[in-house]
Design a protein around this ligand. Structure first.
Ligand code: ADE
Length: 310
């Protein structure tokens, strides 16, 4: 996800010749910066050359850019097609269609895409860091790939003092620990206008994951409890104490609750499994790089085990 392509601001241009209401080739003075590989929307005559709004003349047209033309034009997208004069202002509308294509392309770049793992159809993605990346990833999994379940795994810092590096935490529910509207009287983590903020994992996936993890690592190294997420790498004993006392968090990471939040909205069954790479304390930044590989290996073991049983 961190390889998402950025959309550019393409400078407006003008019609290099007048067009009728039925033309499907739109002659443009410049197409510099415009995507050539995908459909894009252009807006003809939203404003005149002086920048004054001209809503009665505006027409949105979907085109494929080829050379200095918009070709295969679909006319009259938002209003009836009409003729336009040479010199009419044309803007590139970098909105939904292009942005969505770019997001999906960016996601696809990082996918070991739709294949089989343990004989199950899977879409595998490296989700990137932080809650927004997690949320985009989960949204595309649902909306673009139409998955029927989502397993999310990676590493986390231990918050419960009994949990050690290398241990596994299977999330019962997930809370965004940095969601704070307490100024309006809401308890910490609570999201105004939502009826839930403690997003619960799928019971069946939880049960399977517990069996797999206990078999692989032994009962004493496997935990079930709340995972708390925020856009923060936690490396302080005071913060751990706060996470424990405020939320009863078992471990902390930076994406899980955002993924869970999206799954809750879309009614998509999910499970978050974390392997502990550090104890979120003063040593966290030293422990993390040392143990992250071991933790990742442990995560992989569980995911493969779950896939074998579902
Ligand atoms: N992921 C792994 N360790 C973490 C920590 N200490 N804080 C946040 N995310 C983490």
């Amino acid at each position: 996800m961190d390889k998402l392509r950025k959309t550019s601001n393409i400078p407006p241009t003008t019609l290099s010749a007048s067009i009728s209401d039925t033309d499907t080739t739109i002659p443009l003075s410049s197409t510099v910066g415009a995507e050539t590989s995908t459909c894009i929307d252009i807006v003809i005559d939203r404003i005149d050359a002086a920048g004054e709004k001209t809503p009665d003349k505006m027409e949105v047209v979907t085109v494929l850019i080829s050379g200095n033309n918009g070709t295969n034009a679909v006319r009259g997208r938002t209003a009836p097609a009409m003729p336009h004069e040479q010199g009419a202002v044309v803007e590139y509308n970098i909105s939904t269609s292009v942005l969505r294509n770019d997001l999906v392309d960016g996601l696809l770049e990082n996918l070991t895409t739709e294949g089989k793992l343990k004989d199950k159809n899977v879409v595998l993605v490296e989700g990137g860091i932080g809650k927004v990346n997690g949320a985009i990833c989960a949204t595309l999994m649902k909306n673009h790939f139409n998955v029927d379940r989502l397993l999310f795994t990676g590493v986390a810092g231990g918050v419960n003092p009994d949990i050690n590096i290398g241990d596994i935490v299977i999330g019962t529910d997930l809370v965004e620990h940095d969601f704070d509207c307490s100024a309006f009287g809401y308890e910490l983590g609570k999201i105004p206008r939502m009826d839930e903020y403690q997003f619960k994992a799928d019971e069946n996936l939880r049960k399977i994951a517990m069996e797999v993890a206990i078999e692989a690592f032994g009962k004493e190294r496997v935990w079930e409890g709340r995972i708390v997420s925020g856009d923060q790498f936690v490396a302080s004993p005071e913060k751990i104490k706060w996470l424990r006392e405020t939320f009863n968090g078992y471990c902390t990471e930076m994406e899980g609750a955002a993924v869970a939040h999206v799954c809750y909205i879309f009614e998509l069954p999910f499970l978050v499994i974390r392997a502990i790479s550090d104890k979120a304390d003063d040593d966290a930044k030293v422990d993390y790089p040392e143990f992250v590989k071991l933790a990742a290996k442990n995560s992989k073991t569980i995911i493969e085990g779950i896939l074998e049983r579902i």
